[in-house]
Design a binder for this molecule. Structure first.
Ligand SMILES: NC(=O)c1ccc[n+]([C@@H]2O[C@H](COP(=O)([O-])OP(=O)(O)OC[C@H]3O[C@@H](n4cnc5c(N)ncnc54)[C@H](OP(=O)(O)O)[C@@H]3O)[C@@H](O)[C@H]2O)c1
Length: 332
């Protein structure tokens, strides 16, 4: 038993509801481990959970991504042992902490050569890109040379997607909210970058694709880009909605999909894809391989002590961040 500083909320709201409390961390039960975090990942889903857009019972410890050292394993856990370096993307939340007990199922051993900060930054975001580019595909599939549209391309998920798409031979058209962010997307493998704060992204996509449109749009922005994204698709194209950074997509009439060219819509979440130990490890192995090859580099542009978690949330929501952000829990 030991005490661990943990970020918790007792009500939904703005960054001011984030509290740092000392919680008792006990022994892992069957199927669980206790991990001491060296770094924790910051993700937009943490904002949705803090505001209550994605409701969870209160009080709620936040954070879905972390890396550190396994301190103890519970009965039945065979893929990890005390002393292992490990990282995870996982529900339930609770990663914003010095240490926690959690289900072992989604925790993976971190390969030698991947440090803790990188591990904490890449699991939730990298596994998301894995399921998007490899498993969230239009009916005709994706072939090298195909154009895809990826919104918020200079963010945490976005910069990983730019690089991984390039490694797969895809022509990723990225959008971002400033010229500097557009440059970053281009430097990481996007073939075109559109500043959607100043440019009409639908017109630009039509122009780039010779009027055809793209086979798939990966849209995590939600409300503000929904309609335009549908208009960027070619017939039978796939709208892959996977986030709500600008707010949730309002209800829509399915008939609109017919009128726009027999389109498909899906709304994926990583947590369906990592529901089992086997699927989690297979996806993580793919991620570790592409990071190990150097084709995808995990860019950490912001680091915050755990005590500055409210500032980290403010920066993320104000669109001030690029690439990944990590929280550093420290030892005391
Ligand atoms: N469904 C899933 O499985 C899954 C898993 C992981 C992440 N996600 C989603 O993927 C997205 C990216 O996640 P992330 O953690 O890597 O965050 P991020 O991309 O680093 O940050 C979000 C970005 O969204 C853009 N954005 C557009 N409109 C916005 C608005 N009104 N307010 C704030 N930001 C806005 C901003 O980029 P610009 O300034 O360039 O517009 C901002 O930097 C999030 O929507 C997240 O929920 C979904």
């Amino acid at each position: 038993m030991s005490m661990a500083k943990t970020v918790r909320i007792t009500q939904f709201g703005g960054p001011e509801v984030l509290q740092i409390v000392d919680l008792l961390v006990g022994e892992p039960g069957p199927g669980e481990i206790r991990i001491r975090h060296r770094a924790c990942g910051l993700n937009f889903i943490d904002v949705y959970q803090r505001t209550g857009l994605y409701p969870n019972p209160l009080p709620l410890a936040l954070g879905m991504e972390g890396a550190g050292i396994v301190e103890a394993v519970g009965e039945g856990v065979t893929h990890l042992k005390a002393g292992d370096r490990a990282a995870y993307a996982s529900s339930p939340p609770g990663a914003y902490s010095q240490a926690r007990v959690m289900p072992a199922r989604s925790v993976c051993r971190l390969p030698v050569g991947i440090d803790f900060e990188t591990g904490a930054a890449m699991m939730l975001k990298g596994l998301t890109v894995q399921y998007l580019l490899k498993k969230t595909l239009p009916v005709e599939g994706l072939q090298p040379g195909d154009h895809v549209l990826f919104h918020a391309a200079a963010g945490g998920v976005g910069l990983i997607a730019c690089q991984w798409a390039k490694a797969l031979g895809l022509q990723l058209i990225g959008t971002a909210g400033s010229d500097a962010k557009c440059r970053l997307a281009l430097e990481h493998g996007a073939v075109h970058a559109i500043n959607y704060a100043t440019e009409d992204f639908v017109a630009r996509v039509k122009d780039i694709t010779g009027g055809k449109g793209v086979k798939v749009v990966y849209d995590s922005v939600g409300k503000d880009t929904w309609e335009g994204s549908l208009n960027c698709l070619r017939p039978f194209g796939l709208m892959a909605s996977f986030g709500n950074a600008s707010g949730p997509v309002p209800p829509f009439a399915p008939a609109i999909l017919g009128a726009k060219g027999s389109l498909y819509v899906t709304r994926g979440t990583l947590f369906t894809h990592i529901a089992t130990r086997e699927s989690t490890q297979a996806m993580a192995d793919d991620l570790f391989a592409v990071v190990g090859s150097g084709k995808v580099k995990i860019r950490i542009d912001q680091r915050y002590p755990l005590a500055e978690v409210a500032q980290a949330h403010r920066d993320l929501e104000a669109r001030k961040t690029t690439g990944c952000s990590v929280l550093l829990p420290g030892d005391d």
